[in-house]
Design a protein around this ligand. Structure first.
Ligand code: G3P
Length: 195
């Protein structure tokens, strides 16, 4: 139990680093939480018009999850890797530093998947790009991609990884509830347009 707690905590510590907020602050843009959807993720950082900052946000928010899983796996073992993935995801969604108001988990979902079952991460990337290319909805792309990723993890990874990613995908869908409502209403912002 102590090891499990350590793994969760390690994951949370890394996952709760809000890269979107950090890179936009460093660049001196308007507070990311006051524009577009108000989210701190790469999609909303893109709405500042700064593609490099959005890319840095995607990379940071993804790789902190990858790093958490790899570190916990190396130091504490394979079960700890799964718990670190959960911790990193929860850290991103509910960072104590921001009053527990974090992101929606897309990049971090991709990052932990990369470390747990990399072929499933390729499935995520392919599905996300396909849906985003056709519809220009970042949220819809993530929602669809997360489902394919869970299926891929069960088929190409282990049942444990599949089960964990199913939990994360469920949380990801929950965090997108406002996006889902907007998608159904036809009012969701598209990539390349100011939200
Ligand atoms: O799935 C991408 C999601 O993060 C959408 O972001 O800013 O449009 O709510 P946003």
């Amino acid at each position: 139990p102590l090891l499990s707690f350590a793994a969760l905590l390690l994951g949370y510590a890394l996952g709760s680093i809000p890269f979107g907020l950090i890179v936009t602050r460093l660049a001196g843009t308007q507070d990311i939480r006051s524009i577009g959807s108000g989210n701190i993720g790469a999609t909303n950082v893109l709405r500042t018009g700064r593609k490099g900052l959005a890319a840095a946000t995607l990379l940071g928010d993804a790789l902190k999850g990858t790093l958490a899983v790899l570190l916990a796996g190396a130091l504490l073992g394979p079960e700890a890797a799964l718990l670190a993935a959960l911790g990193a995801f929860l850290g991103h969604l509910f960072p104590v530093w921001l009053g527990f108001k974090g992101g929606k988990g897309v990049a971090t979902f991709l990052g932990v998947t990369l470390a747990l079952a990399w072929p499933a991460a390729l499935v995520f990337a392919a599905a996300w790009l396909a849906v985003a290319f056709v519809t220009r909805y970042s949220s819809l792309a993530a929602l669809v991609a997360s489902v394919f990723t869970v299926l891929a993890a069960f088929l190409l990874g282990s049942p444990q990884t599949g089960g964990l990613l199913a939990i994360l995908a469920t949380l990801l869908w929950f965090m997108h509830r406002a996006n889902i409502r907007r998608l159904l209403d036809g009012t969701e912002g598209r990539i390349g347009k100011k939200g």
